[in-house]
Design a protein around this ligand. Structure first.
Ligand code: NAD
Length: 362
């Protein structure tokens, strides 16, 4: 009997449905190559969920996610729901879902595809060999600490507990052990008490549980410089919520395109939420030109982290590489031709089909 996985699809708004459709078809295509099958069910989230139910995360959506092996998320938001005076916003659906599923570790790999090196604003020699995984704490820190807002004064509180730090650092250290064995912890321990607790906790955990993983500490301000000067030196980077938010966006820009970068949000246990790092791209929604590769690569992360199907994950990643090698690009990557290469610009559906045609057993 093949392994059967129950996947909840949350296409959301804008280009979300377009990129999720191509990803679903790609997962379905794997079933003829590997001993696995999928049971997909689709639910509402974000703006479309507000329109239909009044809530960005309807109860039946959350209940389905709680029962699923993994959740594949498209994107939410758009001008239709952008009024900041409204108390209900599409993005609340995603934040509530992460919190409800206890997804405290956000993983964002940034790998430079040599075929797309021209998409980045950095020099090719700086980018050669870049393969970084940023792990950001997602459910604590200053975004969730006590706060007060007034017209004359306001404050937010950066609050962490030792167990909150330990669990996310453990995720990062385990990932480092399976990669090149190096962990960079980012904090502001020269100024912040919460960062000093962060650093002490990291040192103790790494000494006790991961003596085989090399550890370094870098202050967040220095990290923003090192990341663009010598990005290839980093393997896994772990950080709290606020610093991680900034570093993940900076790291994303190494790749040059929003349309290529996947992400995973994990908690205790195997269930995870997988999504492209980009938003709903209302400027190109409905035109059939969105790049589906970030979402397709998010499905590869899902196969790896939630479903333990490493071969199928690698099959997707290899197929994406081959599609790029063959010269196919969506319009966001139209200017990435190498000097001796001709490229063909294709739409969302065609890119999905090309990836599927390159799927092969690993
Ligand atoms: P965005 O990521 O949606 O778009 C930024 C730019 O990148 C746009 O020019 C867009 O066309 C382009 N782009 C993004 N994804 C692409 C893809 N797959 N293929 C080709 N081009 C792509 O960010 P934004 O414009 O700041 O936000 C638009 C909406 O998305 C807002 O409502 C925002 O709140 C929401 N948003 C949602 C998420 C999420 O659902 N996780 C994340 C970020 C932004």
């Amino acid at each position: 009997m093949p392994n059967k996985y129950h996947i909840v699809l949350l296409p959301g708004d804008g280009i979300g449905p377009e990129v999720v459709t191509e990803t679903r078809k790609t997962l379905e295509a794997l079933t003829s190559l590997f001993d696995l099958t999928f049971d997909f069910s689709e639910y509402l989230v974000g703006g479309i969920a507000i329109d239909e139910t009044g809530s960005p995360l309807p109860d039946d959506t959350l209940a389905a996610c709680e029962q699923a092996d993994a959740v594949l998320f498209g994107a939410v938001g758009g001008p239709k729901w952008a009024d900041p005076t409204k108390s209900v916003q599409p993005e609340q659906g995603l934040l509530k879902l992460r919190k409800a599923l206890g997804l405290y570790a956000n993983l964002r790999p940034v790998k430079i595809f040599p075929q797309l090196i021209a998409a980045s604003s950095l020099r090719p020699d700086v980018l050669a060999g870049v393969d970084v995984l940023v792990v950001r704490e997602l459910t604590g820190g200053i975004y969730f600490g006590p706060r007060q807002e007034g017209s004359e004064e306001a404050y937010d509180t950066l609050f962490y507990t030792r167990p909150e730090i330990e669990r996310v650092v453990r995720v990062a250290a385990l990932a480092a052990r399976g990669r090149r064995g190096k962990l960079t912890s980012v904090d502001k321990a020269n100024v912040l008490a919460s960062s000093r607790l962060w650093r002490q906790t990291v040192v103790r955990l790494m000494t006790d549980e991961f003596p085989d993983v090399a550890l370094e500490h870098v202050l967040v301000d220095a990290m923003t410089m090192h990341l663009i000067r010598r990005p290839a030196d980093f393997d896994v980077i772990v950080s709290g919520n606020l610093f991680g938010d900034i570093i993940t966006d900076e790291a994303a820009m190494l790749a040059g395109s929003m349309g290529m970068l996947p992400s995973a949000s994990l908690g205790d246990g195997a269930r995870g939420l997988y999504e492209p790092i980009h938003g709903s791209a209302p400027d190109i929604a409905g035109q059939g030109v969105a790049n589906p590769l970030a979402t397709i690569l998010s499905a590869a992360m899902m196969l790896r982290h939630s479903l333990d199907e490493e071969d199928a994950a690698r099959a997707i990643e290899n197929a994406v590489e081959r599609a790029l090698d063959a010269g196919y690009r969506t319009p966001d990557l139209a200017n990435t031709a190498l000097p001796d290469q001709t490229i063909e610009v294709v739409g969302t559906r065609a890119m999905g089909e090309i990836v599927r045609s390159h799927l092969a057993q690993v």
